[in-house]
Design a protein around this ligand. Structure first.
Ligand code: UDP
Ligand code: MG
Length: 325
């Protein structure tokens, strides 16, 4: 058993004025029941609504609340990263703000951590209140990713998880730009375990992941952890060369032994379209990877905080820990 530990809960928020108060309330109840010190670290990812104001009002009344305020929207994965950079707990929990991930699961995660696991991730056994399209695309994404990465990233698992300080420190040393945090967590290793849960409906408001962001996110996930899409060109090249060669022999035999071959416009145009389509697609794949190399070489910071002083890494001692009495 670990005694006198400190927990950090990271909550990325983007236009969550409708839920943030309730999330604070539920998290506080759960964390108080744990009976150890804790901090609730809200990361405001450039919200355009009253989210920041609401968190600021919580700051005034509750010492456990902290706020990192981005200068604009940098995206969910970057918000989590900033949270991890600034969290000071011995165990760090990441949770969505919309209560789709039930805070009541946290004590269970803590129990596993106390037993010696360094990462406890929550696996979605079921998803409630999401559209068929969302469930289907999510399932397809997790399975494609598993196939391309030889199953090293757990299926149906979001960012809702508890991590030991050591894991978070390892993650903080990775500064790649197009981040897919759950993949990085698998990559760093350590003793990992899962608990299953039912993903609830969003408490209020709409999803902050429209199709465009979802696509971006899945391409980031796949390209950060697999080169296989690049190899597609090689495989397709082989297959097409083989087919073309066979077709060439057939045409030659036709020409030699059966005079009067037809002018074959349809097959010609089909070949041209197919090959051009494929070339463009593979150029696109190349572009994705080249774009990522470009992002890395620019060496920009991952995020910018509105309040610069807060951007400095605080040491644990500077942070005002308020134990539950
Ligand atoms: N989020 C964020 N920045 C973004 C998009 C989302 O910080 O650009 C946060 C959002 O506030 C929520 C979490 O990420 O706490 C997950 O987003 P959401 O619930 O909208 O995604 P979904 O559950 O629909 O996939
Ligand atoms: Mg959600």
């Amino acid at each position: 058993m670990k005694t006198s530990v400190r927990y950090s809960v990271i909550i990325p928020v983007f236009n969550e004025e409708a839920v943030v108060q309730e999330t604070y309330y539920r998290l506080t109840q759960v964390m108080k029941s744990v009976n150890e010190s804790y901090e609730l670290l809200f990361v405001n990812d450039g919200s355009k609504d009253r989210t920041a104001e609401i968190v600021e009002s919580l700051l005034l009344t509750d010492q456990c609340v902290k706020l990192l305020d981005f200068s604009r929207n940098f995206g969910h994965q970057i918000a989590i990263t900033a949270g991890m950079d600034h969290a000071c707990g011995d165990a760090i929990i990441i949770i969505d703000a919309d209560l789709q991930d039930p805070p009541e699961l946290i004590p269970q995660m803590i129990e596993k951590w106390q037993k010696g696991y360094e990462v406890v991730y929550a696996k979605r056994a079921k998803r409630k209140g999401e559209t068929f399209f969302k469930k289907w695309t999510a399932s397809l994404f997790y399975r494609t990713l598993a196939a391309l990465t030889e199953g090293s990233i757990p299926l149906d698992t979001g960012d809702f998880r508890l991590m030991d300080r050591a894991v978070v420190q390892a993650l903080s040393s990775i500064r790649e730009k197009n981040r897919f945090v759950r993949g990085l967590v698998s990559w760093v290793g350590y003793r990992q375990t899962a608990i299953e849960y039912v993903r609830e409906e969003r408490f209020a408001g709409k999803t902050k992941y429209p199709l465009k962001k979802m696509l971006r996110f899945s391409i980031d996930g796949i390209t950060s952890f697999s080169y296989k899409p690049l190899k597609l060109a090689t495989y397709l090249g082989f297959i097409i060369s083989f087919i073309s060669f066979t077709y060439l022999i057939i045409s030659l035999l036709q020409k030699l032994f059966f005079a009067g071959t037809v002018a074959g416009w349809a097959s010609l145009i089909a070949c041209v379209l197919l090959l051009n389509g494929m070339t463009l697609m593979l150029l696109g794949v190349l572009g994705e990877y080249v774009g990522r190399i470009y992002d890395e070489t620019k060496n920009r910071p991952l995020y910018i905080l509105r309040d610069k002083q807060k951007a400095e890494h605080p040491t644990s001692d500077e942070v005002n820990w308020s134990a539950h009495q």
